[in-house]
Design a protein around this ligand. Structure first.
Ligand code: NA7
Length: 546
């Protein structure tokens, strides 16, 4: 009851918080960003719509969810103690273990006291009078902050409403990124999985032996690599921890932010050497074939074809059945041009009697009906559960699904519906004091070991804010021509890469109406870092500061 003026004031105060900095998102980037800004003695908070920390690792709790970067390379490397006091149980840890690690980090750095969960940012606008951001949540809270930092993740806006009639389905539909905390009863059920990206593959190989019937709706075949995932004993853990200095020194500067680069030159090798190298790298059981082999496969169609044929051969050997080969082995694009998933016995899953691959390439899904999934030719596949492994509105979706208004009321959703532009993926012209991570035109929009990239981005942001504070400034915005120069450099780099020639979510092609542009910076993590650092070291030329 609001009986008195004091009651009213208290009610208003409880909904209003004034800050130096607000971090949106308590995942890998947000956790570290909060830590750094607190170290700068700023009054900072971190909010997240989830009930707890973890970001991607909170939401993606579907069966089989697992990292496909090596755990020891995925950790934060800014603190040796933080790194060494955590031990992974296997090379590619599962969701549960990674989520626990995020809790470990947050507790060790004592960050929870500045975090607020179940808090969803609905809109944020730049107040031109105060030169501050007003952030409004769906719960009706208001944050009034000088700096606004989005750490919302590149794959956090799931493609949930894809098919006409989803609401009519008599069973249950689950998007993999909104998997219930308590899990889903799959035993004895007829389950349909739509999507064979990295996520669909993990789900399929994990649930096939649990469900009564599994139908996989296959549109675009995927190149895949078998994962080698040894359990770690004490000796293994000691061995990887002893590499901390080396890891810290190397991974920020490689192409993908891992401990290997793209060292081999196709044209410098004999055919025998190429064959041997491909086989050796393939046997590593990691993403090395994709991110640590021959750089030419991204630029030279002939090299791409030869590397692709090597992988196709491996896939064919395992599939044997010509019909499955036709459906599941890619033939019209090159290896590495779309995201390459790691898998464990995924192809063999299709040999199980309870698993059926349904091609929806030429006979697409037209709608969901009460009984199941209906295809263009009228066939209805009857199901109890539909798993949507249908991906995300990558890079931009997390921000365009909020209402973010910059100078003169410009809307980021509108701006990015015309053309997705950023300055190094870190700031946007027209949006002063708004800092971004994991958005387009930086490697963190797709092509990197995420923790490596997100550490670099959040460090750049913290340094920039430190610079402003140190110089008695409180406003920064990239100039239009600075942004244009970055966009031009980004496009030039991307357009030379075969990634730009194939439809995929890397180009935003999976989202109807999304402007096409290679989302991720393709010049490599090390090169990107260097360019960002040069801007900071030069005192942010091409940025308006006051
Ligand atoms: P992806 O890689 O975007 O995969 C989505 C999958 O869903 C892909 O196979 C799509 O087929 C399929 N899809 C989407 N819409 C349809 C329709 N309408 N009909 C049939 N199939 C459809 O998302 P993931 O979650 O697997 O992976 C995202 C990233 O998460 C991954 O790269 C890792 O970085 C972690 P398509 O290829 O479009 O034909």
């Amino acid at each position: 009851m609001l009986d008195t003026a004091e009651d009213c004031k208290a009610a208003v105060d409880s909904k209003y918080t004034r800050l130096d900095a607000l971090v949106i998102g308590a995942g890998i980037a947000g956790i570290y960003q909060l830590y750094q800004l607190r170290e700068l003695d700023l009054d900072v908070m971190c909010v997240d719509s989830a009930p707890d920390v973890g970001g991607t690792w909170y939401w993606n709790r579907y069966p089989g969810a697992r990292l496909d970067s090596d755990g020891p390379l995925y950790q934060y490397i800014f603190s040796e103690e933080l790194y060494k006091d955590w031990s992974w149980s296997e090379r590619f840890p599962g969701q549960e273990e990674i989520e626990k690690w995020t809790h470990y980090v947050v507790d060790k750095l004592d960050l929870r006291k500045d975090m607020q969960f179940k808090t969803t940012v609905e809109r944020a606008f730049f107040d031109e009078l105060t030169k501050r951001w007003i952030v409004v949540t769906t719960e009706g809270e208001i944050f009034d902050t000088l700096y606004l930092i989005t750490c919302c993740g590149m794959l956090s806006a799931p493609m949930t409403d894809v098919f006409h009639g989803q609401e009519t389905f008599k069973g249950n539909i689950f998007h993999t990124a909104r998997w219930p905390q308590d899990g889903v009863e799959l035993e004895g059920k007829r389950v349909g999985v739509i999507g064979i990206g990295a996520t669909g593959i993990q789900v399929i190989q994990t649930i096939a032996d649990k469900v009564e019937k599994l139908k996989v709706f296959v549109r675009t075949p995927q190149y895949i690599l078998p994962m080698k995932n040894p359990k770690y004993d004490e000796e293994d853990v000691a061995a990887y921890k002893s590499r901390f200095d080396e890891i810290q020194k190397v991974i920020p500067h490689t192409f993908a932010g891992v401990d290997y680069d793209l060292p081999f030159r196709w044209h410098d090798c004999t055919p025998e050497q190429r064959a041997q190298l491909l086989e050796d790298i393939y046997q590593d059981g990691s993403l090395k074939m994709w991110l640590g082999s021959f750089a030419e496969m991204y630029f030279d169609k002939d090299v791409s074809e030869e590397v692709s044929e090597f992988i196709r051969g491996k896939m064919r050997e395992r599939l044997k059945d010509p019909k499955l080969i036709e459906m599941l082995v890619p033939s019209d694009y090159g290896f590495g041009i779309r995201r390459v998933p790691l898998e464990t016995n995924y192809l063999e899953t299709y040999h199980r009697p309870n698993v059926e691959a349904v091609s929806v390439k030429d006979n697409p899904i037209v709608e969901v009906v009460p009984e199941g999934i209906k295809l263009a030719d009228g066939t209805v596949h009857e199901l109890d559960i539909i798993v949507m492994a249908t991906g995300f509105d990558a890079g931009s979706g997390a921000l365009t699904r909020m209402d973010i208004r910059g100078r003169e009321g410009r809307s980021l959703t509108d701006d990015w519906s015309r053309d997705i532009r950023t300055t190094m993926g870190l700031m946007i012209h027209g949006y002063p004091n708004l800092f971004t991570t994991a958005v387009p035109l930086a490697p963190s929009a797709a092509l990197c070991n995420m923790t490596t990239c997100l550490q670099q981005q959040t460090e750049w942001i913290a340094d920039c804010i430190h610079y402003l504070e140190d110089n008695g400034l409180s406003y920064i915005e990239p100039d239009e021509n600075t942004e244009s120069a970055w966009v031009e450099h980004h496009d030039e780099t991307a357009n030379a890469n075969l990634i730009s020639k194939t439809e995929s979510w890397y180009l935003g092609a999976n989202v109807p109406g999304k402007p096409r542009r290679v989302l991720s910076y393709t010049g490599g993590v090390g090169t990107y870092r260097k360019k960002c650092s040069e801007v900071a070291e030069a005192g942010y030329p091409g940025f308006t500061k006051r």
